[in-house]
Write a protein that binds this ligand. Structure first.
Ligand SMILES: *[C@@H]1O[C@H](CO)[C@@H](O)[C@H](O)[C@H]1NC(C)=O
Ligand SMILES: *[C@@H]1O[C@H](CO)[C@@H](O)[C@H](O)[C@H]1NC(C)=O
Length: 379
């Protein structure tokens, strides 16, 4: 059969060489066009902050909102959920995915359908004043800027900016950042990673489920909870049932991120507690992930907002005198029976994200016992 081995061998070598060359060229081109870290950068970076209610995502969102290259949108899915309050979160994932894609590309047209006044003015968006770019020149020059921006003044003076102007403003920024608590299944978003118009990255913010459950008691989230549990049958809505669903979603999001090839290098998880304990270090990591530079000015701002009381006008965002103490109020004030229930319902999430159970009320209240695993890392 092998009448002339050298000839076959030569043919084999040439094939191998061509094959290797084609692989090399393939990767070379794909690295230079698709890698998030290549230079020159793609026109835009699209960062989606995925989190859950009362997990510190408003604070994290503000960290991006304050960067000069960022166009930030707070809870874009809010008008959608409140239009379709009779549906479940699973149903709403699909129009929300479409809305996110549109807004990432600065196309505001879906909002004409979802907003109460036909989407003419930004004031129809409940949280438009959370978008710094809508409160500052050139988009709104109606009031004088002191340092930072003033939400109340923005609400008062910038309300008549048209939604179409919002789209135009968005286009002048290199980064579009949105944060949402309304995506509970990351696999819904997988098609967006194949979309040539997007350079999508996911920042997943998690928090100790016991602290979330404790904080939820002080907010009326009944409408959200109804949508969240719509598909779980007609049982009474309780904190522990809501937390069970939320915890499962956080575990699932992380699982999809680990297995989906398109998400490699495009997913970063961060814990609220680490962000509170070491804000600067973690903000640097997040900015790096998003391809943003942390200026000395921003560094000063971060120091300011994490070290002194900053009055908040609408209760959505609270900064503290010392942000490292905020996450642990549940330790002294939460009912131990609820702690136990949450620990049961969220066991998988707690193991995955490095939160240790309190075995008794004594352990819960013993603040020298650290229930957040400091050595935690997903890698
Ligand atoms: C916004 O428009 C309304 C009328 O549509 C007007 O009454 C109001 O004064 C305007 N506000 C500002 C700040 O321009
Ligand atoms: C930080 O706080 C100091 C003192 O209150 C103030 O002078 C400075 O302008 C603030 N810097 C930023 C960037 O917020």
């Amino acid at each position: 059969m092998m009448s002339s081995p050298p000839k076959y061998f030569f043919f084999f070598c040439v094939s191998l060489f061509l094959f290797s060359l084609s692989i090399f060229l393939h990767y070379k081109t794909s690295f230079s066009t698709h890698s998030p870290h290549s230079a020159p950068p793609k026109k835009s970076v699209h960062l989606l902050v995925l989190s859950s209610w009362r997990s510190g995502s408003s604070f994290l969102g503000q960290i991006f909102n304050h960067h000069n290259n960022v166009f930030y949108i707070f809870e874009p899915g809010h008008p959608l959920w409140f239009n379709f309050w009779n549906e479940g979160s699973e149903f709403l994932h699909f129009p929300l995915r479409d809305l996110l894609r549109s807004l990432f590309t600065c196309d505001v047209s879906p909002l004409h359908q979802y907003l109460p006044g036909g989407g003419k003015r930004v004031s129809e968006l409940s949280f438009y004043a959370e978008t710094r770019a809508l409160c500052t020149p050139p988009t709104c020059s109606a009031f004088k800027l002191t340092d930072g921006y003033d939400r109340l003044k923005c609400m008062h003076f910038c309300m008549n900016t048209s939604l179409d102007q919002m789209g135009e403003t968005c286009k002048t920024y290199s980064h579009v950042v949105m944060k949402t608590v309304r995506i509970l299944d990351l696999s819904i978003l997988l098609p967006l990673f194949e979309d040539p118009a997007l350079d999508l990255r996911i920042l997943h913010l998690v928090r100790d489920p016991r602290a979330i459950a404790f904080s939820r008691q002080y907010f009326d989230l009944s409408m959200d909870d109804k949508i969240l549990l719509k598909n779980e049958g007609n049982k009474i809505i309780t904190t522990s049932r809501v937390m069970k669903k939320i915890c499962k979603a956080q575990v699932d999001i992380n699982r999809v991120a680990k297995v989906a090839e398109v998400l490699q290098g495009r997913y970063m998880a961060i814990r609220h507690e680490d962000l509170s304990n070491e804000p600067l270090k973690n903000i640097k990591k997040m900015y790096n992930f998003a391809g943003l530079h942390l200026s000395k000015d921003l560094e000063q701002w971060v120091y300011n907002v994490t070290h002194k009381e900053v009055a908040d006008q609408n209760g959505i965002m609270t900064f503290s005198r010392d942000s490292s103490k905020v996450p642990y109020k549940w330790r002294t004030a939460m009912d131990f029976h609820l702690v136990e229930e949450i620990q049961q319902n969220c066991k998988e999430a707690m193991d995955l994200f490095g939160y240790k159970p309190a075995k008794s009320q004594i352990e819960q209240k013993n603040l020298t016992l650290d229930l957040v695993n400091k050595e935690w890392s997903l890698e």
